[in-house]
Design a protein around this ligand. Structure first.
Ligand code: 5GP
Length: 198
């Protein structure tokens, strides 16, 4: 059995990466990594499904204990990816999606240079601002902070393997699915050729 492939999905807050990723929850060949965060749980979120929520002390202990594949500070909070489960899924031939911000994305890429990096963008920044306002999750202050972070993130988008403009959700999900399938085909082809030599 071939090892699973790792996919990193980043993009400005409000670009729709979470919604796109949630479409893969029912796909048997894909595992959507559940991150740990120190930010407060939102009403609609579920512990262990959306995130694992931890205290700052708890999070820092996880880092010291070497439990995190990567971690970063976004705004005032820590976010990070638990290492063991990602390794376990990849070893079992399951593709893993990490929905993480850019600093963490590059930390993962340094360790796993075959990771496929996908950056999701909105059709325009005006639309992004409107989406953030419409979803009503964050205060205006928090939205402005996120837009500010987005500027820095967009400057890193050029280093990603793919940029998906999230104009239409269905199309975007299809594009991401195609990226996953293409990588799978590539890995299968290469390992078949190598096997022939063994
Ligand atoms: P939110 O607070 O909107 O759920 O997430 C804020 C940002 O943190 C998003 O850009 C999201 O992709 C990112 N994020 C979520 N989980 C992780 C993680 O495990 N590691 C890193 N580096 N970023 C994360």
């Amino acid at each position: 059995m071939n090892r699973g492939n790792l996919f990193i999905i980043s993009g400005p807050s409000g670009a729709g990466k979470g919604t796109i990723c949630n479409h893969f929850l029912n796909d048997d060949d894909v595992y959507l990594s559940v991150s740990v965060t120190t930010r407060n749980k939102r009403n609609e979120e579920i512990e262990g499904v959306t995130y694992f929520y931890d205290t700052v002390e708890g999070f820092e202990r996880r880092i010291q204990d070497g439990k995190m594949l990567e971690w970063a500070k976004y705004g005032d909070n820590y976010y990070g990816t638990p290492k063991d489960i990602v390794e376990e899924k990849l070893n079992n031939g399951i593709n893993v999606i990490l929905e993480i911000e850019v600093q963490g994305a590059f930390k993962v890429k340094e360790q796993m240079n075959d990771a496929v990096m996908i950056f999701i963008v909105p059709p325009s920044m005006k639309e992004l601002y409107q989406r953030l306002l419409d979803r009503g999750r964050e205060s205006i202050g928090e939205i402005n902070k996120r837009i500010d972070i987005a500027k820095g993130e967009l400057k890193k988008a050029i280093y990603y393997d793919h940029i998906v403009v999230n104009d239409n959700l269905k199309d975007s999900v299809k594009k991401v699915r195609n990226i996953i399938d293409e990588r799978k085909e590539k890995t299968n082809l290469i390992s078949r050729l190598i096997e022939e030599l063994e």
